[in-house]
Design a protein around this ligand. Sequence first.
Ligand SMILES: Cc1ncc(C[n+]2csc(CCOP(=O)(O)OP(=O)(O)O)c2C)c(N)n1
Length: 673
Amino acid sequence: MSATEQPKTEAPPLPAPRDPGLREMANAIRALAMDAVEKAKSGHPGMPMGMADVATVLFTKFLKFDPRDPAWPDRDRFVLSAGHGSMLLYSLLYLTGYPEMTLDELKRFRQLGSRTAGHPEYGHAPGIETTTGPLGQGLGNAVGMALAERILNARFGDALVDHRTYAIAGDGCLMEGISHEAISLAGHLKLRKLTVLWDNNSITIDGPTDLSYSGDQLERFEAAGWNVAAADGHDTDAVTAALERAQESDRPSFIACRTTIAFGAPTKAGTAAAHGSPLGAAEIEGARRRLNWPYPPFEVPEPIRARWRAAGAKGAETSRAWRERLTQASQELRHEFERRQAGELPASWRAALGAVKQKFAAEAPKLATRQASGAVLDALAPVIPELIGGSADLTPSNTTKAKGQAELTSKNYAGSYIHYGIREHGMAAAMNGLALHRGVVPYGGTFLIFTDYCRPAIRLSALMGARVIYVMTHDSIGLGEDGPTHQPIEQLAALRAVPGLRVFRPADPVETAECWELALAAPKTPAIIALTRQGLPTLRRDTQENRSARGGYVLAEAEGARRLTLIATGSEVALAMAARDLLKAKGISAAVVSLPCWELFDAEDMAYRKSVLGTAPRVAVEAASPFGWERYVGETGAIVGMTGFGASGRAEDLFPHFGFTADKVAEAALKVV
Ligand SMILES: Cc1ncc(C[n+]2csc(CCOP(=O)(O)OP(=O)(O)O)c2C)c(N)n1
C-alpha cells in the first residue's frame, strides 16, 4: 500500500500485554507522540508508537542515567538513530524528568525556537546525545561513543568509566551504506558495550520493506561479528531477556525487535500511512480506545507519571556513588579525568607545538605539509594523551600516525591510533561520536578528494559544533600520477560552503603547525586541514605570532606602493611569491597574501581585511575550482584556478600544464594592473 492510500480495515483487538504496568507506561509515550504530532500538524507518530514498549524496557530497567545530572560522564549513552521518531526521545526525556523537557516543550514540537525540533538536535536539550535524522549517522556516532568508553575505561578504570551505548535504528538506518561501515568497525573492535535495537517493523515511507530489501539483517550483523537476537518488540519480557543477554556479550549486540508501526492505531498500524504525517482525530480517538488510554491530549495520569519519574530518579544514587568514587580517586587521576571532560588541553601542549614551529623556522626545510603535519603530531601525541588519531587506510600517505602512538585494537583499547579501514564515512561518523562523548579529541585522515565520502558526517560535525579534526592530504593536482579521480577540484569550495566548518590550507611547515594549533584550540569547531603530497619551501621564518589565526595576512608586502595583491593558499603561495619576483623585475610592486583559512579571515573586522587585501587589483591563485574566489578579487581581479578536472601525470608537469607557473600568474596579473 502506498503512503497516500488510506488504510480502511480496523486491526483486531490488541493482545493482552505481558506486563500491564509497563504497557501503561509505554502508552504514555504513544499518546504524547500522537498528540504532539497532531498539534504540530507534522512529524512521525508511527515509529515512537511502535518502539514505545522497547524504549520503556530500556529506560526503566537498563539505561543508566540521571535527569538531574544529565552530563554525568559515566551515564549510558542513548542514540535515537532513527531521528524521525524524535517524539520517542522527547517523551522519554519528559516522562523521566529531565527538567528542560517540559510538557510545554512537547506541545511546541517542531516549532521555531523549541527544544523539540523536528529531528533531535544536539545542544537543544540535555539528554539529546547527538543530532540525528540523516539515517544511519546515529549508528556511526554510537560506534564512536562506545569506542570512547573503551578508550577512557582503559585509562581510568572501571570505577570511573563503565557505561554502555544503546542505539535505536530503523530499516532506513540499516539500509544506508554507512551502516555497513559502522557495524563492521564495531564488530572488528569488539565493542561489547554497544547494543543496537532494531525497529523491525518492515515499513518505510514507500511501503513494505520488501519493495526494496530482501537481505537478512540478523545474518548480516552476525557476519560482522555481532551477537544477535530477535524478540517480539511488544513483549516486554522478551525484550528484557534479550537486553539481559546483551549485557553478558563479548561482542556488540544487535536485537531485532519485531514491532508494529503505530502500534495501537486502529487502521494505520502496520502501514506506511503511519510514517510521516499526523494520524488525524478519528484515528487518534480509535487508538486511545484500543490502548485503553481515555485521557485528554498531553495528559499523563499522576500514577503513571509517578512511575516514570521513579524510573528517572533511580539513577541519582548511582551518579552520586560515582561522584563519590571520583572524589576518592587520586588527585592526579581526578584532575586528569576532569580536564579531559572539560575539553581542556594539557598546559604543556602549546610549548610542544611552539618548539616544532621554531624548528621549522630555523631549519627551513622543503617539506610536504602532510609531513609537516606528521612532525606536529609527533610532538603533540606524547603531550595530549586524549588525541586519538587514525586514517581510513592511508596512514603512510596521510602521515597521521605519530611516533610512539600505539595501535588501538580490540585487545588494546589503551592505544591511541585507529586503523579505521577503508571506511571514510564510518570514520567520520565515529569521530563525531568520539568527540560528543567527551574525554577524547579525535582526528582522522584520508585524501581530500574523499571528503566527498564522508561529507554527511562532516556536515553534522559542523552542525553540532564537534571538535573533529579532518586531516585531508593530497590536496590538489599536486598529488600527481593518481590522476583526476583523486585530484580534488571542487572540494575546497564545497567544504568552505559548510557553515561552522573551518577549512585550513597551510602554505608551509610553519603555517601547518599554526593551523593545527587553531584546530585544537577550538573546542566547538570542526576543522579540515588540507595538506600537500608534494614538498613545499618554508616561507615563514617568524614564529612569535600565530599569523594564520586571522585567517589571512600579508606574507610579503609590496616594495614601494602596492600595485597588485596576489592572494593564494597552500602550495600556490610559493608560486605567488615567485610571480611577485617576476613582476618586480617588470617594475610592478606586488604584495603576497597567504589565506590559509577563509572562515577566520572573514570573521576579522573590515579594517583588518581591507589592510590585508589593499585597494590595488587582486589576483587569486589556487589549484582548485575558482568558485568563491570572486569575493576576494572583485570585478577587477583575476583568478588562476582549475576550470576542469585534472589529469594523470607528474606534479611537475601538471602544474605548468594547467597554467600554474610564476609566468602565467604574472601574465594574469599584468592584465589587471
Ligand atoms: C539519509 C536519509 N535519507 C532519507 C531520509 C528520509 N526518511 C526519513 S524516515 C525514512 C524511512 C525510514 O524507514 P524506517 O527506518 O523503517 O522508519 P519507520 O518507517 O519504521 O519509522 C526516510 C526515507 C532521511 N531522513 N535520511
